[in-house]
Design a protein around this ligand. Sequence first.
Ligand code: IMP
Ligand code: MG
Length: 180
Amino acid sequence: MPVVAGKEKLKILIRRAAIQKRVREVAHQITKDFAGQRVHLIGVLKGACIFLSDLVREINLETSIDFIAVSSYGKNKESSGQVRLLKDLDSSIEGLNVIVVEDILDTGITLTYLLRVLEQRKPKSLRIAALLDKPSRRIKQVKADYIGFQIPNDFVVGYGLDYAERYRNLKDVCILTLPE
Ligand code: IMP
Ligand code: MG
């Protein structure tokens, strides 16, 4: 069982076996869509690191990876609505089939910002793969091309997702409840 801090409570929402199965399906879809081509995966740090490492190993194409980091929620569960680039890519994406890999698509503010930044760099194509999608929270209209699971409006942790930097190591995606 995971180590739970204070009076925080965890409830499993998506089990590791279901995540594995779905990640494989998404990877197969990407393999089909880009048959015979190379794909360049861009992981959004830090939340997407575990999803990306599982996803890339199931993609049966020529692949390369890079990472980008944007300002996050900090210790709060709510987005500040302001996005800043904290770490840029290591290399150019011009002419590449780019897939931005995100842990969760929530308000859409982060991905709207990232798409704008990345489009200016002239990739051949630009797609989004998000493990989780909370459509009811959307503020900016943005759609992911590949989605693992649609989830209700709960705050989740695990499989890369954190609360104040903790819980990224959980094997399942869990709903986190904080003490009153
Ligand atoms: P957006 O800009 O509101 O779409 O938020 C995207 C980012 O917020 C994600 O990359 C996550 O880091 C974070 N986030 C949104 N919802 C959750 C959640 O339920 N648990 C953990 N992080 C979340
Ligand atoms: Mg986060």
